[in-house]
Write a protein that binds this ligand. Structure first.
Ligand SMILES: Cc1cc2nc3c(=O)[nH]c(=O)nc-3n(C[C@H](O)[C@H](O)[C@H](O)COP(=O)(O)OP(=O)(O)OC[C@H]3O[C@@H](n4cnc5c(N)ncnc54)[C@H](O)[C@@H]3O)c2cc1C
Ligand code: FES
Length: 444
């Protein structure tokens, strides 16, 4: 359905003051913005999970979603930061459906083969970016699961989720853009000299470039704990979070025999181990602790072998290129894109700011930045009111922020960090939040 936008003139004054606002056009929400002296109209509903972008944060030519941090260009509606994967409707005539970026297909006669090991966030975005950049070769995505790429983050948020409802793309999409998806196939080893991968069914596939993005697995909790927990799972309330689970119990018995009365048992099984498939042989790749260490541009130390997502140890631009491992959905997607661009020799550095969210007991906590090594916290709002913004300070600068019911502050901090501007401890402490609103965005 097409709707003409004829509202530009009458809202000029308001947009001038606010820089963005939502208007309704034929029952559809449209986001009007003013940036760089130019007025634009794009869809107001984030293409990820539908947040109203008018409640987000505008900075320069882009608006950042308040919920999980997706960014869109306000002039074109194009997606500029994940976790959304589609662009917004735009132009004078608005189509209400979200749209994908223009993508090409395979070109007959082009034999260059890109092999993507893993069917998760990083691989999917890598495949899409290759086609968006008109790569005409063969793309093969291999996963040991029997499902097309799906939104893993939903697994801990929605109980009894239907697998069909969390697919990122349907099979028709992969057919249309010539992306081969091989399901139920496990990579066993990579021969980086011969440039081949061997799979569990005995088949061998050669590649010109390969992305290893096989994610990571959870560490197993102690067997005794696990089995007693399993017994209780049938008749107790059970909550799953990303890094563990908790359930209502009556008591906990320690190995020593001591009985501790308790109402809630939190099983913190630790972060994902950062171990990738134990069956996957990485040949001569440099493996630092449990991750694959990357050189610049998501390249490993072996030519034509790239790595991304949860198993990558990479230099984080906003943390002065410290080598880090970050298990965030948005970061895996961003890395998938950078891998694709560098595979095509469009040399591009990763400079995304980490953005993470999780839901605990029905409340969404958002987090941005990289808080490791923080020495102080500046708190706005109150924990007791379940409405707060926590700013993590290191060396007198804000390095990360976590917020609950404080939108769009976390998005605003993310934008500020993305522009490379420092938020000083003083600003965080004494100037309320005015510094975020005034300085993260550049005047239009
Ligand atoms: C339950 C849960 C909830 C989460 N919630 C959030 C959240 O709210 N927000 C957030 O930011 N992040 C969240 N995450 C983290 C996020 O999902 C990951 O950071 C992201 O999926 C990493 O992407 P990836 O591409 O590296 O790997 P994955 O998405 O894990 O994909 C790895 C793929 O590789 C395949 N594979 C593995 N080994 C092989 C092999 N040998 N051969 C072939 N295929 C193989 C797997 O089957 C899978 O398809 C959550 C994770 C989990 C598990
Ligand atoms: S709803 Fe906008 S990023 Fe998720």
């Amino acid at each position: 359905m097409c709707v003409c936008v004829c509202v530009c003139v009458c809202v000029c004054v308001c947009v001038c003051c606010l820089r963005m606002m939502e208007v309704e056009v034929g029952h559809h929400g449209v986001l009007l913005t003013r940036s760089g002296g130019k007025y634009s109209a794009i869809g107001n509903q984030c293409t990820h999970y539908g947040a109203p972008l008018s409640k987000g944060f505008i900075s320069g030519n882009r608006v950042r979603c308040p919920w999980h941090g997706s960014c869109f260009n306000v002039h074109t509606g194009d997606l500029e930061e994940y976790p959304g994967i589609d662009c917004l409707p735009c132009h004078k005539t608005l189509r209400q459906e979200k749209r994908i970026k223009r993508m090409g297909t395979a070109v007959p006669g082009v034999t260059h083969t890109v092999l993507l090991l893993g069917g998760g966030a990083a691989s999917l975005i890598c495949a899409e970016t290759l086609r968006q950049e008109n790569f005409g070769g063969r793309i093969i995505m291999v996963t040991r699961e029997d499902l097309l790429p799906y939104d893993k983050t939903r697994l801990s948020k929605v109980m009894n989720v239907e697998s069909d409802s969390i697919l990122m793309r349907r099979m028709e999409f992969f057919h249309q853009y010539d992306i081969e998806v091989w399901l139920r196939k496990e990579a066993l080893s990579v021969d980086t000299d011969k440039k081949t991968v061997t799979f569990d069914d005995g088949s061998v596939q050669s590649y010109d470039q390969v992305l290893i993005s096989t994610g990571c697995r959870y560490r197993q909790p102690h067997n005794t704990v696990l089995s007693s927990v399993m017994k209780k799972m049938t008749n107790t309330e059970f909550f799953l979070s990303r890094s563990g689970f908790f359930l209502k119990v009556k008591e906990v018995v320690l190995k020593s025999g001591k009985v501790i009365p308790a109402e809630v048992l939190i099983v913190g099984i630790g972060n994902p181990t950062r171990t990738f498939s134990p069956n996957l042989c990485f040949g001569p790749l440099i493996i630092s602790s449990l991750c694959v260490s990357l050189l610049q541009y998501m390249r490993t130390n072996v030519p034509d072998v790239f790595c991304g997502g949860d198993l990558a140890m990479f230099p984080l631009a906003m943390a002065k290129n410290k080598m880090v491992n970050i298990g965030h959905w948005q970061m895996a997607q961003a890395q998938g894109r950078i891998v694709a661009l560098n595979m095509l020799n469009k040399t591009t550095e990763l400079n995304s700011v980490p953005f993470y969210w999780t839901v605990l007991v029905g409340k969404t906590i958002r987090y941005t930045g990289y808080g490791e090594g923080y020495t102080e916290l500046v708190i706005k709002g109150k924990f007791e009111d379940r409405k707060f913004l926590a700013l993590y300070i290191k060396d007198d600068e804000v390095i990360a922020a976590a917020g609950l019911n404080f939108d769009p502050a976390v998005s605003a901090v993310a934008e500020r960090l993305a522009t490379g501007k420092v938020i000083t401890k003083k600003e965080a402490q004494y100037t309320g939040l005015a510094w975020i609103w005034c300085q993260a965005g550049t005047a239009g």
